[in-house]
Design a protein around this ligand. Sequence first.
Ligand code: NDP
Length: 454
Amino acid sequence: MAVADHVDLSKFIEGVKRRNPGQTEFAQAVQEVAEDVFDYIKDKEQYHEYQILRRIAEPDRVVSFRVCWEDDKGNIRVQRGWRVQNNNAIGPYKGGIRFHPSVTESVLKFLAFEQTFKNSLTSLPMGGGKGGANFNPKGKSDHEVMRFCQSFMTELYRHVGADVDVPAGDIGVGGREIGYMFGQYKRITNQFTGVLTGKGLEYGGSLIRTEATGYGAVYFLQSMLTHVGKDLVGKKAVVSGSGNVATHAAEKIVQLGGKVLTLSDSEGFIHDPAGIDQAKINWVKDLKNKRRGRISEYVKEFKGATFTGGGARPWAVPCDVALPCATQNKLNGEEAKTLVKNGCIGVSEGANMPTTLEGVHVFKDAKILYAPGKAANAGGVSVSGLEMSQNSARIAWKEEDLQKMLVDIMKGIHDRCAEHGGVAGGGKYIDYVKGANIAGFKKVADAMLAFGVV
Ligand code: NDP
């Protein structure tokens, strides 16, 4: 068939929407990738003939299962769990587990699809997957969380394995939850293998895994700034979220001489004009990880800071750089315009797809430095990949070695995006979205071609 028979982007997107009714997040993620990949493959017949993009946009499998658990009052509760195994062309499925009431099959399919490109970009041998449940850990006791995690793993263990599928943490899943799930896997299978990453250091975890996503997003931002002859010193940064990614992104910005003005959660954001320094970041980490508190409590502790509630987002606070580190679709077209109008020169996404398609187009049209999550937040899964290597070899690398590997990997991702993100007549401008989509696609696509039709 001629190439022209395959190249109608809008028909492709219509097909994705038809086959996945109501799955808006998934369709959005596929569209963002397809916009760039269609252009790249328009004169490359093989990718069309073998329907590569269509195949990547159809998960290898989606497993959905019931998760029953008992709360502290003796009530039986029922949640739905999933594992989406999107693509294992270049390595075992790899991607986090999310526990949040907003989790749906569409959300996990979008995340698994994105993860496929992200993992490819890291240059490590990892396929793409994602999982989770519509379980809300907020307000639950440790024992309730433990019983839920054990029940979740009692089904999940059939579908994962150190060379099959290796989950990690994500929203609502940190060290505590990984510990409970790893313990249950070990108990059921009687095997001590690297089936999960983000493990505790005592039982096979890697140094700097906790910090890696946030740090990596800032390293990526730094590479973009370096490319245009700038750096982070004295730059004002607006950060959203206050979880693992946000607090470590904030920490690295401070270390590199920037000033962090905001943090947020689903209830609103705090603005601290004096800057959120390391001591304040430590206080927030403690608030979130140990006391499981709300970001609004910050203003009681630190004078001069304000809290804006009602789910408000921090994008109207004037800044030089912005790091969305909360969750998907929390920065829309209007907010993107406000950032650009206020002089923001760089956006590095710590979260997955935090910017809507309209927002992405605003950043691209304004030609600011804009790094999509699949490139900017790949530091976390990269160190997870290094955790897998350490587990297989039964060794533990030193922190300084891992730090260097993370820096090198993020620089490598930047350079791969730059290689494919050039724009005709655009001078030094790099379209990082296009670069990430094409570089991520190419490796997976070429592996799939090698396998034939499977
Ligand atoms: P955490 O659970 O540690 O923190 C999530 C943060 O996002 C919290 O501050 C949470 O606030 C906020 N948030 C959640 N839902 C909403 C909402 N609807 N509106 C506004 N804020 C919200 O998760 P992580 O920091 O690990 O993950 C953050 C993002 O980074 C996610 O997109 C995740 O997929 C991505 N990511 C994480 C990686 C990792 O290594 N952890 C790796 C790569 C990407 P609240 O407490 O109110 O819910």
